[in-house]
Design a protein around this ligand. Structure first.
Ligand SMILES: Nc1ncnc2c1ncn2[C@@H]1O[C@H](COP(=O)(O)OP(=O)(O)O)[C@@H](O)[C@H]1O
Ligand SMILES: [Mg+2]
Length: 581
């Protein structure tokens, strides 16, 4: 985007759903406890500060008029200044209120995100979601900054109504005409500044998303020498943010200019009107002229406050709108439905599902026998992972039925259904922290040290734990990066062991590992698979050698299903797999 385009930029284009401002705010703050007391107290103190400033105009007046006959105005001035210093703390109280609002919105947002179905994280990328939490949430308190402005407005109007000069009609007419002019410039500048706020906010989001994505993929970037490309893209985003900041600076400048402009107008009015009044003989001292000047200044302050008011709500646009659209997403209902009481085979009857309009998997009817090992094989993209995600209900099937024993998934609560499954996939999904914390993650019960050590042993992790001085309390880095791939997998296996699921899903759990590591992981897997229903997706015959049943997927459909013997002579894909070993 060229700099010139920023000036034509329409704040609305960048954003997700077009929600009305009022609805956006209602959605974002629903259920959020607003610290009204702190905000209003802080605002009152700040306004008191404004009043103190206003009282000083009288002292200035006294000095201008030459009516300074005692030191009284000086004492008043010093006292007022002292009070002002004290009240500076008001802004701390006020800011505390605003920060509290942001914190609470952020908490609510994270909790909401955690309860969204998986599909929402695919439409809005995780990095986009990250921006909502980090940068966008910062703006959530903006509407509350209006409290201060409203209170200021009241004091300004009070002082304006009491200070309206009556004895210089000439100047008052000038003032009205010129204030209309000032109003027009103010409206324009405020519009520009509101746009620039949204713009900067959007650019910050885009940048956050870029950095998080690329720092996450740093290994790939290095391995494929894509540093320059990543730098180039970052430079584009930096340029865009730079331009947005420039535009923002321009709009601040414009604002300063326009308020300066109004001061000049007001001053000229007082000046011209005063001369006219003196010529007409309606006044004899300069006091009424000063009165007009002060009145004009107060009116201007009130006008600015009044005009910026809508801004606090509309500039809530951008990121706040995106946050609102997250709050409006349907949460996953994990509780409704029956507890799963039985167990048994997993049966799929004519199941279909698609990520978009098209069905990705179609008309799947298979039976996965209880206590046996079922392998799912097929070319890349044939729908194996999708099928598995349907079975543990990460996605909702569009058509068809899924049974566990004689219970249909439609009748059983998600929570109860998922509690029967554990998944070990290619990506171990570890979190920063220690080995112990990771193994215990997701086990929502007391786990004895003995049980933990048994899981470590069964997962073939004993060496890894014993060879490190910190043992189980070894820090494994972000996403477990300080462990090797095979070690990561074994931690994931120990974690699944503690969950003690009835049904174990292995989605290419040993893919990407070298032969020696694969053997180490396989030992752990063997312990994990024992006595459970296992569904495994794998690419090599060696990985599925022990399978009792094999399902072959092709283009989203089941091409064949049967034992090794049954498939050996009839299915090309399986035959090829056996050949490759
Ligand atoms: N989250 C997603 N959104 C859109 N399409 C997807 C998503 N996940 C997978 N797909 C598509 O669905 C098809 C099946 O994918 P998948 O089940 O992962 O295949 P497999 O595990 O057999 O390699 C592929 O064409 C893939 O591009
Ligand atoms: Mg897959």
């Amino acid at each position: 985007m060229k700099l010139s385009e920023y000036f034509r930029y329409n704040g609305k284009t960048d954003n997700a759903s077009e929600l009305e401002n009022k609805k956006v705010l209602r959605t974002v703050f629903k259920g959020v406890r607003i610290p009204w007391f702190v905000i209003i107290l802080g605002a009152f103190l700040a306004v008191f500060n404004a009043i103190v400033i206003l009282t000083q105009f009288d002292n200035y007046n006294a000095i201008f008029n030459g009516s300074l006959t005692s030191l009284k105005p000086l004492w008043a001035y010093l006292l007022a200044s002292f009070i002002q210093y004290l009240i500076i703390f008001a802004s701390v109280i006020y800011d505390r209120g605003l920060v509290t609002v942001v914190t609470r919105v952020r908490r609510k947002l994270w909790a909401k995100m955690m309860h969204l179905p998986l599909k929402e994280f695919e439409e809005e990328s995780p990095d986009g979601m990250l921006s909502r939490l980090t940068s966008d949430a910062e703006y959530a308190a903006r509407p509350f900054t209006a409290v201060m402005t409203v209170l200021q407005l009241l004091t300004y109007f009070m002082s304006v109504s009491s200070g309206a000069p009556k004895d210089v009609p000439q100047a008052t007419i000038y003032l009205v005409i010129t204030l209309v002019l000032a109003l027009i410039t103010l409206i324009f500048t405020i519009k520009v500044s509101s746009k620039s706020v949204t713009l900067v906010q959007n650019r910050i989001s885009a940048q956050t998303a870029h950095y998080s994505e690329h720092l996450d993929g740093i290994k790939f970037i290095k391995a494929s020498s894509a540093e320059e490309k990543a730098i180039e893209r970052s430079n584009e985003l930096i340029d865009e943010r730079y331009n947005a900041a420039l535009y923002n600076a321009f709009s601040s400048g414009l604002q300063a200019l326009s308020s300066n402009f109004t001061y000049i107008i007001i001053y000229s009015c007082a000046f011209l009107g005063g001369i006219a009044a003196i010529k007409a003989g309606s006044i004899s001292t300069t006091a009424p002229i000063n009165g007009i000047y002060m009145f004009g200044m107060q009116l201007e302050l009130a006008m600015v406050a009044l005009l910026t008011l809508p801004n606090y709500f509309s500039a809530a646009g951008g990121g706040t709108k995106k946050i609102a659209s997250i709050f409006r997403m349907q949460e996953e209902d994990t509780e409704s439905g029956r507890e799963l009481e039985t167990t048994g085979d997993i049966r799929l009857e004519s199941v279909s599902f698609g990520y978009g309009d098209k069905d990705t998997v179609r008309n799947i009817s298979v039976c996965i026998p209880e206590g046996k090992i079922t392998a799912v094989i097929g070319p890349n993209g044939s729908g194996k992972s999708t099928l598995i995600k349907l079975i543990d209900r990460l996605y909702v099937a569009r058509n068809g039925k899924i049974y566990l024993g004689n219970e249909s998934s439609a009748d059983v609560s998600l929570k109860s259904w998922r509690s029967r499954f554990a998944v070990v996939s290619q990506d171990a999904s570890l979190f920063s922290g220690t080995i112990r914390e990771n193994i215990l993650y997701g086990a929502d019960r007391e786990v004895s040290e003995e049980e933990l050590m048994n899981a470590v042993k069964a997962a073939n992790l004993t060496d890894v734990v014993q060879l490190h001085p910190d043992g189980l309390d070894r820090d494994i880095g972000i996403k477990g990066d300080k462990l090797s791939g095979g070690e990561q997998q074994r931690v994931a296996i120990a974690r699944a062991l503690l969950k003690d699921p009835e049904i174990l899903i292995l989605d290419e759990a040993t893919a990407n590992l070298d032969q020696k590591t694969e053997e180490e992981v396989k030992q752990g897997l063997k312990a994990l698979m024992e006595g459970r229903t296992v569904i495994m997706v794998a690419h090599s015959y060696s990985a599925i050698r022990d399978a009792d049943l094999i399902i072959v997927m092709k283009d989203g459909e089941v091409e064949a299903a049967g034992t090794k013997e049954e498939l050996a002579g009839t299915n090309d894909f399986f035959a090829q797999m056996v050949l490759e070993g």
